[in-house]
Design a protein around this ligand. Structure first.
Ligand code: AHG
Ligand code: MN
Ligand code: MN
Length: 338
């Protein structure tokens, strides 16, 4: 029988490695947390697989804090994560795209050591047309009481994340995560209901051949973004590019992680601060991108250095492989592309 490594086994191995290399006792708490996330994503996946048959398609008839029409699956996915994670006593707070305020648990700083931030269902507009959607999560450690309040712990800069990951629900269901020790991918084996290691130590190629952006917004972008895409199209980076845009960030990111290339959500006329959310979209994916040898900026600086001011704060997001991102940074800073 081929030996398999489930995500639970993998995270425990990682913790043993961490213990051996740093001597720091990364207690099993984190793997217990992760099992809460993976359980919720399996519940979400089951609902998505048969969405057309049960009454979970379409709008839920309410607006979320973003002023966006909540889809029934947004609500279901949010409930699944809140339920599975709320039961873990190591959780101090849960921050969701779908909830205006964090859900906090009055656990002392010793017990409630983690904060989990998540986009329960990313790409909601694609649910009804059976196109890939995803779940994105980010894990922060609560600061000791003398160093900061729970609120300040929630608004830590992205480089302080202790883990980040996503699940993309597509032809197969793939979980990708990092704890700062490389990026690893797991494919859900429906026969046994476990996420099984399928992509160990994922590395983004140095350069890809796709650019991914919603060109319908191009007129509202800062001019440099239009010049950049024109340069890519004219072979300015020494190769031809093709356009791929799915409209679900997790799916567009997953392709970029595997194939390289660049994903851009620049400032637009409608959303001059960008559309994507810093805490539960840009930060977790930026952590993964950097761990895989890629780059993630807001057009001006590193995503992971941004000091968050609010839990639903938006940011422009430019993320991709080194060659394309070097050229973008040069273009945006007015320097000639080498
Ligand atoms: P969500 O469904 O969680 O609100 O996220 C949707 C986001 C992201 O998934 C995607 O990249 C982006 O919206 C697409 O926006 P446009 O339709 O404006 O291109
Ligand atoms: Mn989203
Ligand atoms: Mn969402």
């Amino acid at each position: 029988m081929a030996m398999i490594t489930t995500v639970q086994q993998h995270i425990l191995q990682q913790q043993q490695e961490l213990l051996r290399s740093t001597g720091c006792e990364a207690s099993g708490t984190f793997s217990w947390l992760l099992s809460g996330i993976t359980l919720a994503t399996k519940m979400i996946e089951a609902k998505i697989r048969s969405a057309g048959l049960s009454d979970v398609l379409g709008a839920a008839g309410a607006e979320n804090v973003q002023g966006e029409q909540q889809q029934k699956l947004d609500v279901y996915a949010n409930q699944a994560l809140l339920h599975c994670l709320g039961l873990r006593d190591s959780v101090a707070a849960l921050v969701s795209e779908e909830d205006e305020q964090p859900v906090t648990f009055n656990r002392d700083a010793e017990t409630g050591r983690y904060i989990i931030v998540f986009d329960p269902l990313d790409g909601s507009s694609n649910i009804d047309v059976n196109v890939n959607v995803g779940t994105i999560f980010s894990v922060l450690r609560r600061m000791p009481a003398e160093l900061g309040t729970l609120e300040e712990s929630i608004l830590q800069q992205g480089f302080r994340q202790v883990a980040a990951g996503y699940v993309v629900y597509g032809p197969s269901t793939v979980l990708v995560y990092t704890t700062g020790n490389g990026v690893h991918g797991f494919t859900l084996d429906p026969k046994i209901g476990a996420f099984v290691l399928s992509h160990e130590r994922m590395q983004m190629p140095e350069q890809g051949s796709y650019y991914s952006t919603n060109e319908a917004n191009a007129a509202g972008w800062p001019q440099e973004y239009r010049s950049y895409l024109a340069m890519l199209r004219d072979g300015g980076l020494g190769k031809a590019y093709s356009s791929r845009y799915i409209g679900s960030l997790v799916a567009d990111f997953h392709r970029t992680l595997l194939k390289g290339g660049v994903f851009l959500y620049p400032p637009t006329a409608k959303q001059p601060k960008g559309k994507l959310r810093l805490l539960y979209e840009a930060n977790p994916l930026a952590f993964i991108a950097e761990q895989a040898g890629g780059v993630a900026t807001n057009g001006a600086g590193r995503i992971l250095d941004i000091r968050p001011e609010g839990i639903h704060q938006r940011t422009p997001l430019c993320v991709g492989s080194r060659r394309e991102m070097e050229a973008l940074t040069a273009t945006l800073s007015g320097a000639a592309v080498s």
